[in-house]
Design a protein around this ligand. Structure first.
Ligand SMILES: [Zn+2]
Length: 136
């Protein structure tokens, strides 16, 4: 369950961003992460790991929101985009059997951090585990 390590890293990054913005007395309210379907991260496990990190701390109740990012599967023979929720993980077109191109779905990004201070602020940190340029 490597989600625990990822949740810890996300937590540290979120806290770092919030503190850089508003000082040590911040309280995390919610964060949003983008997770790709090929990132090998289970969103449910990540949320459980997140809750186990924040519980009993001043950040207790802070919400982890997940933006699910499906990969794009394209068959150059059919000239069609294929539904990534159907079929197997084999990079083979379910219709013609040719190799398909898979793009994206590797996202693992901290998108948004919301926290409480005297005046609530929102910050977009620059935190990424994937080469985002390849996925855009
Ligand atoms: Zn095809």
């Amino acid at each position: 369950m490597h989600e625990t390590g990822i949740a810890l890293e996300v937590f540290r990054s979120a806290l770092e961003s919030a503190r850089a913005e508003a000082g040590q007395q911040v309280r995390l309210k919610s964060i949003r992460v983008s997770i790709g379907d090929r990132s090998a991260v289970d969103p449910n496990l990540l949320e459980h790991a997140w809750q186990s990190i924040v519980i009993g701390t001043r950040h207790d109740g802070a919400e982890l929101k997940v933006k699910w990012c499906p990969s794009r599967r394209y068959c150059p023979s059919c000239h069609k985009t294929k539904d990534s929720s159907l079929g197997s993980w084999l990079p083979i077109c379910p219709d013609c059997g040719d190799a398909i191109e898979i793009d994206g779905g590797l996202e693992l990004d901290l998108d948004l951090v919301e926290f409480d201070v005297a005046s609530p602020l929102t910050k977009r940190p620059n935190f990424s585990r994937t080469d985002h340029n390849k996925n855009v």
